[in-house]
Ligand binder design. Structure first.
Ligand code: ATP
Ligand code: SKM
Ligand code: MG
Length: 172
């Protein structure tokens, strides 16, 4: 069956919803950041700081193109994937894509709740105001890429609602 690609900002719920969706469909679940970390034996933050963002984006590109179209997988992509290296074209040609569109203020709240400061593009040591402005700017820059997804989900959604939306894209 076709792979399902979840795209969206950090903390938009790709992993949470993705795991549940995969369980419901009997698909396997893959998180691209984790896959890259396992393959490289480094965290995403270490890859950014040791080799730079451009290197990380190349790893993402290579990892993405390693997927075959019909592997019955739910794939949580990295937050930046749709915006680099024509990745959204690949995703559109090779699977069904879902954009989890979450309000910027909700994203910020979730990011602040999360433990640690392990996101290379988000420095939680800065004031909350600065961080929220940075998330908003990134979101605005990325929106036109995310919006290319086959399905857009605004706000919270249950897996059964998502299964209903996916129905026309997934032959049983
Ligand atoms: N619908 C939701 N309502 C409220 N909180 C949610 C919802 N979905 C996810 N969360 C919470 O938001 C946080 C981020 O969710 P999740 O890790 O699934 O996002 P992600 O898109 O995979 O982010 P990342 O960029 O870290 O991979 C988690 O703490 C999760 O519990
Ligand atoms: O939004 C982004 O650009 C990123 C999101 C994460 O999933 C990681 O892929 C990395 O931290 C970059
Ligand atoms: Mg995730």
């Amino acid at each position: 069956m076709k792979n399902i690609y979840l795209v969206g900002m950090p903390s938009s719920g790709k992993s949470t919803l993705g795991k549940e969706l995969a369980r419901n469909l009997g698909y396997s679940f893959t998180d691209m950041d984790k896959l890259i970390e396992t393959r490289e034996q480094k965290t995403v933050s270490e890859i950014f700081s040791n080799y730079g963002e451009a290197h990380f984006r190349e790893l993402e590109k290579k990892t993405l193109r390693g997927f075959q179209p019909n592997q019955s997988m739910v794939i949580a992509t990295g937050g930046g994937i749709p915006c680099f290296n024509d990745n959204m074209d690949f995703i559109k040609e090779n699977g069904v894509s879902v954009f989890l569109n979450v309000d910027v203020n909700d994203l910020a709240k979730r990011l602040y709740k999360a433990q640690g400061n392990n996101r290379p593009l988000l420095d939680k040591s800065q004031s909350e105001e600065v961080v929220i402005a940075s998330i908003k700017k990134t979101f605005e820059e990325r929106l036109s890429f995310y919006q290319q997804a086959d399905i857009q989900v605004d706000g919270e959604i249950t897996v059964s609602q998502l299964l209903w939306l996916l129905d026309q894209y997934l032959p049983v």
